[in-house]
Ligand binder design. Structure first.
Ligand code: KG4
Ligand code: ZN
Length: 344
């Protein structure tokens, strides 16, 4: 029998994305990024839901065209149920319900965080997928987690941030430097011509595998305020070094705990996922550790790191095989824990 064709929708934050999957193979993966938030320094929820409303139909149409299929070829529709911004999630959820009714095909709810992790199983995400059990550092604008992944739907959070997420730290520190939102990729780019050893900021002292990023943000803010009093061109004159230094500190903080967890648990299959896993310094540092320690490192293809519907499609496909379908009463869930509906 041929593989089912599944359409997936992702609308949890500020990207409207649609993808078509057949087996583990992505046939199309389209995203409309909302630039409207840049000038506000962060995502404005009301504007995000309105933009999703405008984007969703053309994005889905494009995903179907690129996959060279018609609506009627679809066997199921996957959608992000949460976590995320409620108004944004509602657009994707309602769209999925309408299409499911119109085409008389089942709907599959997907947890966005599980999807970031399971993106590693898309056929071209890695040369080979991770082996269970593996550790996955899941780092995005809203989450920073060390997840012990025992199986596709058997995951345990063993470390998390106690305040800001890693992506949030990049974005907020970027804002202090006067950079647009999201600042993570801009810092990454500027850091490439900077000296990472030039400045050092406060690292958190926190036990176990948990993280904290509010200290480094405050440390950068006070330092910049002090320097600007002496020289009002301080940021402009030192931007690349500032970005490289901050980036190195954040990467160190992330990898210290991940290495500690891997060593304690005796796990040598190590993956990263989420928007911040696009960061070039994080990717390079993790590869180096892998070579030194003889660990298998899994770094997903760039397009499967930041929010995308391909990862939602991957989870929808796994659930399709298990016959796990949502009923029409399903609702978007803004706070949706990674482990909430697992194990079934
Ligand atoms: O996973 P994602 O696209 O959305 C959420 O689920 O939050 O992650 C977005 C976050 C933003 O904070 C963004 O600044 C960060 O990922 N990010 C990066 C890079 N690319 C995206 N941070 C550092 N370096 C990057 N290259
Ligand atoms: Zn995400």
């Amino acid at each position: 029998m041929s593989e089912p064709l599944i359409l997936a929708i992702e609308s949890s934050c500020d990207d409207t994305s649609a993808a078509v999957i057949s087996g583990n193979k992505i046939l199309s993966n389209i995203a409309a990024t909302q630039s409207i938030h840049n000038e506000y320094g962060g995502v404005v929820p009301e504007l995000a839901s309105r933009a999703h409303q405008q984007n969703i139909i053309p994005v889905v149409a494009k995903a179907l065209t690129l996959a060279n299929i018609q609506q009627n070829d679809l066997q199921a529709i996957g959608f992000t149920r949460g976590p995320g911004l409620l108004g944004s999630l509602l657009v994707g959820t309602s769209f999925a319900k309408s299409l499911s009714m119109a085409l008389d095909i089942p709907m599959i709810e997907v947890n966005h965080l599980q999807a970031h992790i399971l993106a590693h199983f898309i056929d071209d995400a890695n040369p080979k997928p991770p082996r269970f059990p593996f550790l996955c550092l899941t780092v995005s604008g809203g989450h920073t987690l060390i997840v012990l992944v025992r199986d596709f739907f058997d995951m345990e959070i063993i470390g998390k941030t106690t305040d800001d997420a890693a992506g949030e730290a990049f974005d907020k520190i970027g804002k202090i430097f006067g950079l647009d939102y999201p600042a993570g990729p801009i810092i990454d780019k500027l850091a490439q011509s900077g000296n990472p050893g030039r400045f050092r900021f406060n690292k958190p002292k926190i036990d176990g595998y948990d993280y904290s990023f509010s200290g480094i943000k405050t440390s950068v803010l006070y330092f910049i305020q002090k320097e600007l009093k002496k020289n009002d061109a301080f940021i402009a004159e030192n931007l690349a070094d500032l970005c490289a230094s901050v980036q190195e500190d954040i990467v160190d903080i992330l990898l210290d705990k991940l290495m500690q967890a891997a060593t304690d648990l005796g796990i040598s299959e190590i993956a990263i996922a989420g928007g911040v896993s696009a960061n070039s310094a994080l990717r390079a540092a993790l590869k180096k550790i892998g070579d030194e320690k003889n660990w298998n490192i899994y770094i997903p293809k760039f397009e499967y790191t930041t929010d995308n519907a391909a990862m939602i499609a991957m989870v929808a496909r796994l659930k399709f095989d298990r016959g796990e379908f949502a009923d029409l009463s399903v609702s978007a869930t803004a706070r949706y824990d990674l482990t909430e509906e697992l194990g079934g």
